[in-house]
Structure formats: structure tokens, C-alpha cells
Write a new protein. Structure first.
Length: 237
């Protein structure tokens, strides 16, 4: 820190807006933690084990639309507060299960509460989920040099593709958009999803390309989703 001013800001990439304020830049993306959603329950081991009409807590529209597609019988209830508060509500019997991020539970030493790591096929993660980014002042070379050793190249490529898709869709963390990429050598596979919570309509598409073109790949996927009707869906939600 210099003269009492913060030189960096650390963000969960899942919650970082796709538009970075003028004068600032994303200086580093760290190695990604587990990016998947977590099924947490005191009595059941996975989504499939839940009895009919069970009460499941989440405040994420992305999770709600995907949960409804695989278990339309579930009663999905709003769940707010920090991780400790949400776990207490589960322990107090307000829900049969809750859905949280694996990464958050792991980082807070609650990994033992994860009963099921929900697959990307069942619940595609949020853009940037599991990754941490460091925001810096634009052109601050001194800070950039300090944080450069923290950069994880593979995660950076993956997050770049996911965020490029999200930016093209103009999506925030509160809308039903999902985006998740995998990297195999120089080949990146990016899957995107846009859903409508009320109608249950889900648009999903996948693109594959070279790691050198991550931003273009993200834009390509977004354009495909837009052509499928994503703009209309996002206006409704």
C-alpha cells in the first residue's frame, strides 16, 4: 500500500462485472479452485436422492433454471446471507438441501459439507466460478510485476473466453447465464447457457477453438446464443 491508498482489489471472478471501470485493469487471474456447484444436505447424498417436493435453497437464477430442468418437482426457496448463515439455515431445518459453490466451501474449510459435486452437465457453472482475480490501477507496472508470479496461464485463458461471452451478452452475476470452459493442450472448449426461469426454456451451445483466440471464441458463442434467442430471454428475466 502507498500513502494509505489501496493498490489492488481481490475479487471472485464470478462476481466481477464484465465491464471494468475506466482507469483499472485485471492484473492477474489465479489458479482456479473447484468450479462446480455443490449439493449440501444433512440427510441426502445427491439431487437424485431428494424426495418429491423437497425444499432446496438458492438465490441464483442460473441454478434455479437448471435445477428446474432436472427436478421440476422441487420447491426452490430463496437463500440469502454469507456461507455460515446459509449453512445454519440448512442445519435449522429450513431446507432439505442447499446449493452453494464448491470453491467457497473449500476455501472456508467446509469441504466436508459437500455431499455432491454437481456436474457441469446438470448445472453449468457461472462465468468465472472458482477463480480469483486481482484488479489493479491501469498501467501500474510496479504492482503488475509484484503479482505476475501469481498468474495462472491456463485459468487466464479459460476466464478470458468465459468473460468475453458474458460481455457480448451483457450479462451480470444475477441473470441466468452460465459459461464454462475446459482446456486440453491448445484446444479450448467453451459451453454457454442462457435460461428463462419462468418458462424453463434453456438455450445451450458449445464452441471449440484455439487457446490463442479465447476472446473471439467467447464472442462467437455469444453470437450463436443471441441467434438462438438469448436477447429475448434475458429481457424477460
Amino acid at each position: 500500500m502507498l500513502e494509505g491508498k489501496a493498490d489492488i482489489a481481490v475479487h471472485s471472478m464470478k462476481d466481477m462485472p464484465y465491464k471494468i471501470p475506466e482507469g483499472f485493469a485485471l492484473g492477474a487471474v489465479l489458479k482456479r479452485e473447484n468450479p462446480f456447484d455443490a449439493f449440501v444436505s444433512n440427510h441426502f447424498n445427491n439431487l437424485e436422492d431428494l424426495p418429491l417436493n423437497s425444499k432446496v435453497g438458492t438465490c441464483s437464477m442460473r441454478r434455479i433454471v437448471q435445477l428446474k430442468s432436472i427436478r421440476p418437482d422441487l420447491e426452490i426457496l430463496d437463500l440469502r446471507g454469507n456461507v455460515n448463515t446459509r449453512l445454519k439455515k440448512l442445519d435449522d431445518g429450513e431446507y432439505d438441501a442447499i446449493i452453494l459453490a464448491c470453491a467457497g466451501l473449500i476455501r472456508l474449510n467446509f469441504a466436508d459439507r459437500i455431499k455432491q459435486q454437481i456436474s457441469a452437465e446438470q448445472s453449468l457453472p457461472a462465468v468465472g466460478q472458482g477463480a480469483v482475480g486481482i484488479e489493479i490501477r491501469e498501467n501500474d507496472q510496479a504492482i503488475l510485476e509484484l503479482i505476475t508470479p501469481l498468474i495462472d496461464e491456463q485459468t487466464t485463458h479459460r476466464i478470458s473466453a468465459e468473460r468475453a461471452m458474458n460481455a457480448r451478452l451483457e450479462g451480470g452475476c444475477s441473470v441466468p447465464i452460465a459459461g464454462f470452459s475446459t482446456l486440453d493442450g491448445d484446444i479450448i472448449t467453451l459451453t454457454g447457457l442462457v435460461g428463462n426461469v419462468e418458462s424453463g426454456v434453456i438455450l445451450k451451445h458449445k464452441v471449440v477453438g484455439n487457446v490463442d483466440n479465447t476472446e473471439e471464441l467467447g464472442k462467437q458463442l455469444a453470437d450463436k446464443l443471441i441467434a438462438m434467442g438469448a436477447r429475448d430471454i434475458l429481457k424477460v428475466n
